[in-house]
Write a protein that binds this ligand. Structure first.
Ligand SMILES: Cc1cc2nc3c(=O)[nH]c(=O)nc-3n(C[C@H](O)[C@H](O)[C@H](O)COP(=O)(O)OP(=O)(O)OC[C@H]3O[C@@H](n4cnc5c(N)ncnc54)[C@H](O)[C@@H]3O)c2cc1C
Length: 302
């Protein structure tokens, strides 16, 4: 992650900046990356993407809840989302952050809620992906994921190429089966736990992607918008008989998304919805600081 990207994450974490964004300018910007604030917005966006040949992973925005009630509400919102996927016959699964289900506050509650989502998803014929958050919770996230995956078998997890620990984590999760999402990593991490050099992260990503694409019994989900990372995976896919997919974010590189589908590649879009969009938006801005110009234009009323 570049110095500028880390600066963006720091500054957008300040209380007054957050309040300026959320009360005034941010919503308009966020809607470039978010399908809307309600479940029906998410359903409509999913239907439209399915019609264009893309599968979806629905993310009901939220993370790091501070009360059990919030954690339970988050679980119930996800149950409602899974019910809608089944009722509307959508080509979609769900992505969830364990801190949103109470991890760190009440780990037993988070584990129980993840199990409830996996059961509901199984009944709806779909799956649950566990997003990966900051490195302080990587180990705990994998522990809760492993327990749920062993019990239910219809989950998947995200791994971040920039973490030094990820090759070991990949070896740990491959035997559990499920879908494994490989991404670069979106948080501001110290260099003791994560690579900072972009080239180094890219090389780590390519090595991990090659391992994942060669693994049997998993569904590799290669999550990137980086053309140089996509090309070797598309080549490796030619020799793969088991399912796999590319994954991209709603609102990022739409033309490339269309081209991948036109070339016959399986593509799933990560589609967030809900009103807790601020932390998600800050990570999207940090990935591409040029996005800040949208903010400045909004600020100037253009
Ligand atoms: C489906 C999916 C799920 C993810 N889940 C997680 C997760 O669980 N945990 C986690 O830490 N991270 C997650 N990420 C984010 C990921 O870690 C990266 O931060 C993000 O994908 C940007 O990296 P990149 O691979 O696209 O490469 P980059 O080198 O960052 O970007 C390549 C090109 O893509 C375009 N681009 C990338 N990001 C943006 C943006 N925000 N706005 C506009 N253009 C952009 C630019 O043209 C850029 O040059 C996820 C990403 C995807 C696609």
């Amino acid at each position: 992650m570049s110095l500028l990207s880390r600066l963006v994450l720091r500054v957008t974490g300040w209380g007054w900046v957050r309040s300026l964004f959320t009360r005034r300018f941010g919503r308009r910007m966020a809607m470039r990356f978010v399908a809307g604030e309600t479940l029906s917005d998410a359903v409509a966006a999913t239907r439209a993407l399915n019609e264009r040949g893309m599968a979806v992973s629905l993310d009901h925005l939220g993370e790091h809840v501070t009360t059990r009630d919030e954690a339970i509400r988050a679980r119930d919102d996800y149950l409602e989302c899974i019910a809608a996927i089944a009722a509307e016959g959508l080509g979609a699964n769900v992505s969830v952050k364990l801190s949103q289900l109470g991890m760190g506050l009440d780990d037993a509650l988070a584990a129980e809620s993840l199990g409830a989502l996996a059961r509901a998803a199984a009944a709806a014929g779909t799956t649950v992906t566990v997003d990966m958050e900051e490195s302080a919770v990587t180990g705990l996230t994998l522990d809760l994921y492993e327990a749920a995956q062993r019990a239910h078998g219809n989950l998947g997890v995200a791994l971040q190429a920039y973490l030094h620990r990820t090759p070991g984590d990949l070896e740990r999760v491959i035997p559990l089966g499920g879908h494994i999402r490989l991404c670069k990593g979106a948080y501001d991490e110290p260099d003791t736990v994560a690579m900072r050099d972009k080239g180094e992260v890219n090389r780590a990503f390519d090595r991990l992607a090659a391992t994942l694409m060669a693994a049997a019994g998993t569904v590799p989900a290669i999550a990137t918008h980086d053309e140089a990372r996509i090309t070797p995976v598309a080549e490796a896919a030619a020799g793969r008989s088991e399912p796999w997919e590319f994954q991209m974010l709603y609102g990022v590189r739409g033309t490339m998304q269309e081209a991948l589908v036109a070339d016959g590649h399986p593509l799933r879009l990560y589609v967030p919805y809900g009103d807790s969009w601020y932390p998600y938006l800050t990570r999207r801005m940090a990935e591409r600081p040029a996005n800040l110009w949208f903010f400045l234009r909004a600020l100037l009323g253009r």
